[in-house]
Design a protein around this ligand. Structure first.
Ligand code: FEO
Length: 399
């Protein structure tokens, strides 16, 4: 059954988004508790629609808007971002809002024409531009590559409301909408940041500087996913600064997979040695942990050790898959990395890993530790030495 519940965000702003309770895979990124696609109707004397929802939810979305206003009365339609989780309903919505003027960034306009067939003109808006749309004022802030070329935020200076698009979003299905109705979802925001925003840290830092310098000081942040930030705006801004700058990265993370237990013994040995120090250490088995969770743990780590067995002369598939995921998310800078693993015949897994590190210019803690079959006393000593080198580096970095 459809849920036609609309949330009143302010006197004029209504949440007309949808909750996707069954979402578990967001373009390959595991989400264990669903998600939401937020969209908003600003019901002033010239109603404004901000964003849409994923295509399967189009009917529910239209019904929600209709519960607030006659769709034909909508005069303005702002498209902050064209990724299909927000633009999926675009062409269907256009049929129902014949009297609306459309606004988008240059990259959004060209992207919409590549995704969809439609013949409505779209007004080009630029960063900093301010438009009076009926009794509301909207200022556009482009944030290209945070996280798509078209990405844009819209700010209402009079109400101090920021429609932040994907930035500050989180994926979790909830019936609550505001951050004061539940424990603030920082963990969900961290998972979202690590898997979506991480490659664009520098743009996030620039945006965080740009906002206050340009008198954009929201008292309400409405992202396109998840909970609205109201009572915890300073906290989520601080988290974003921390994640984007790498200041949240502490301690060591051991990631490994194992065929017959040898690489796991090495991971256990590294964990044991690191645990003797005051360095915070975590150990995750790659095949048992969702990739999205692994990346979040990497975001919070200063040293990352990856262990792989060799299979058929090359890297173990689960470890190779992790490397491909990291290739795009680029968590390398600001962290030290190490490799270890095992083989039975001629090796190849650790060699692949170390070559990948070098090709991607990851800073290495030293030579890898590699064991033929079960780790010998020498190999255990090699793990202990690697752990000690990490402890020294992390202790030096914290002084
Ligand atoms: Fe939520 Fe970039 O889409």
């Amino acid at each position: 059954m459809m849920n036609h519940h609309v949330t009143k965000v302010t006197d004029d702003i209504h949440w007309v988004g949808v909750v996707d309770w069954n979402l578990r895979d967001f373009h390959g990124f595991s989400v264990s508790r669903g998600g939401s696609y937020n969209a908003f109707l600003i019901n002033g004397d010239e109603p404004i629609l901000v964003d849409t929802v994923k295509a399967p939810f189009t009917r529910e979305f239209l019904d929600k808007i209709a519960a607030v206003t006659d769709l034909k009365k909508i005069r303005h339609f702002i498209i902050n971002h064209i990724e299909p989780d927000h633009s999926g309903a675009f062409t269907e919505v256009l049929k129902h809002i014949p009297n609306a003027t459309l606004y988008a960034s240059e990259n959004a306009i060209s992207g919409l024409h590549r995704y969809y067939e439609f013949d409505r003109p779209i007004e080009l808006v630029h960063s900093g531009e301010i438009r009076k749309l009926g009794n509301h004022v909207c200022q556009f802030v482009e944030t290209p590559m945070a996280h798509w070329p078209d990405s844009m935020m819209t700010y209402m200076p009079e109400e101090q409301v920021l429609f932040s698009s994907d930035i500050f979003g989180q994926l979790r299905a909830t019936s609550e909408r505001f951050d004061n109705e539940l424990d603030p979802p920082y963990e969900d925001a961290a998972l979202y940041y690590a898997n979506i925003i991480l490659p664009f840290n520098h743009i996030v830092l620039k945006t965080l500087e740009f906002l206050p310098k340009n008198k954009i000081t929201p008292r309400l942040i409405l992202p396109d996913h998840g909970i609205f930030w109201k009572d915890h705006i300073a906290d989520i801004l601080a988290y974003y600064r921390c994640w984007a700058s790498g200041r949240c990265a502490h301690g060591a993370l051991i990631l490994y997979d194992s065929m017959w237990g040898s690489t796991e013994r090495m991971a256990d040995r590294l964990y044991r040695e690191l645990s003797k120090s005051d360095v915070k250490v975590r150990k995750l088995h790659i095949r048992s942990t969702p990739m999205s969770q692994i990346v979040t743990e990497i975001m919070y780590s200063k040293a990352v050790l990856i262990g792989t067995p060799t299979i058929n002369d090359t890297i173990f598939p689960s470890v190779g898959q992790l490397l491909i995921y990291l290739q795009g998310l680029r968590p390398g800078p600001g962290r030290i990395w190490g490799g270890f693993g095992s083989y039975g015949w001629g090796g190849g897994g650790v060699e692949y890993l170390m070559r990948w590190y070098r090709e991607n210019q990851y800073e290495l803690i030293g030579d890898p530790v590699e064991s033929r079959f079960r780790p010998s006393a020498d190999i255990n000593q090699g793990c202990d030495d690697m752990a000690q080198a990490i402890v020294e580096r992390l202790q030096a970095a914290s002084q």
